[in-house]
Ligand binder design. Structure first.
Ligand code: AKG
Ligand code: FE2
Length: 306
């Protein structure tokens, strides 16, 4: 149902890897990527530091509340963010968001450009360095996947290379408390991702489900060490709907659940317009930053109920 692709094959037999990737991104929009190039040790360190962060007292985490800045960085407590805009329930998860890292005196930060803020860090030794190393490693992995996708679309492998150099990409640590048993509880509401591609690692606790077009909600299997990779709405639009972004959600888990998502996004000024060879454009061109802004505004809009 959800295909498993082996990244080592992309090195040894790129054409074979590409021929598996093509149907996966067109039909399911989700696949598992076994043997990714992001080192295991780094992934383990990210999970360990995420635990250290989330285990802190609430008051400590609240010092870094995502609601205090316009740049979507920091801690979102349960209820701050709801991924399903159509339902009254809020998500039970808490998250910590990290963006493209810039110095406080960077001209883009001083000019207050959208999404160009400084990262906010907890007082935990090694936290910032490890998270930024992971961010870079995921961006490199995602860009390598995008180059295979470009070929799959009949474009040069380098087609996207210059468009993901100072990206809007964000990484997010997620922590889901065990199910409380409350009616209509949801870990993360049904949604599609906003960006180009998402790389997700989880701790193996079940809960993630996808809803392929015309199909029922289906559990995403856990393959230890593999990433769950999915297409986001921006790449779907860019490919003129040839690639599909697929709704997914997280049910309240039995035990606490942890995951780390890396949302690969283009540079703010990247022009998202139907790629050559994809037919008559279904959507007008848009800057990647404008597209993202329109999607995020709805996610953080307060809901009436709690
Ligand atoms: O935690 C997960 O497994 C998925 C999270 C997710 O879909 C998201 O944050 O967009
Ligand atoms: Fe998602």
């Amino acid at each position: 149902m959800i295909p498993v692709l082996d990244w080592t094959k992309a090195q040894t037999d790129r054409a074979a890897f590409r021929s598996q990737l093509g149907p996966a991104v067109r039909e399911t929009g989700f696949f598992l990527l076994a043997n990714p190039q992001v080192p295991h040790t780094l992934r383990d360190e990210v999970f360990a530091l995420a635990d250290t962060f989330f285990n802190q007292p609430r008051a400590e985490k609240a010092k870094l509340s995502i609601l205090d800045t316009p740049h979507y960085r920091g801690w979102a407590k349960p209820g701050d963010e709801s991924l399903d805009e159509t339902r009254p329930e809020v998500d039970s998860k808490e998250t910590f968001n990290i963006g493209y890292d810039l110095a406080p005196d960077d001209p883009r930060v001083l000019a207050d450009e959208p999404f160009r803020g400084v990262n906010r860090w907890p007082d935990i030794p090694g936290f910032a360095d490890t998270m930024l190393a992971y961010y870079d490693a995921c961006q490199t992995q995602a860009s390598a996947l995008l180059s295979v996708m470009a070929e799959d679309l009949g474009l040069p492998a380098t087609h996207f290379a210059d468009l993901f150099t100072e990206p809007l990409s964000a990484m997010r640590l997620l922590h889901y408390p065990p199910a409380s048993g409350a009616a209509n509880e949801i870990g993360a509401g049904a949604h599609t991702d906003y960006g180009a591609i998402t790389l997700l690692m989880t701790d193996g606790e079940p809960g993630l489900q996808v809803q392929p077009r015309g199909g029922d909600w289906t559990d995403v299997p856990h393959v230890p060490g593999a990433y769950v990779v999915n297409i986001g709405d921006c790449l779907m639009r860019w490919t003129n709907d040839i690639y599909v972004s697929t709704p997914h959600r997280v049910l309240p888990p039995k035990r606490q659940r942890r995951s780390v998502a890396f949302f690969c996004e283009a540079n703010p000024d990247a022009r998202v317009a139907a790629l050559p060879g994809t037919g008559d454009a279904k959507y007008p061109p848009i800057r990647a930053a404008d597209y993202l802004a329109s999607r995020l505004a709805a996610t953080y809009a307060p809901k009436e109920t709690t």
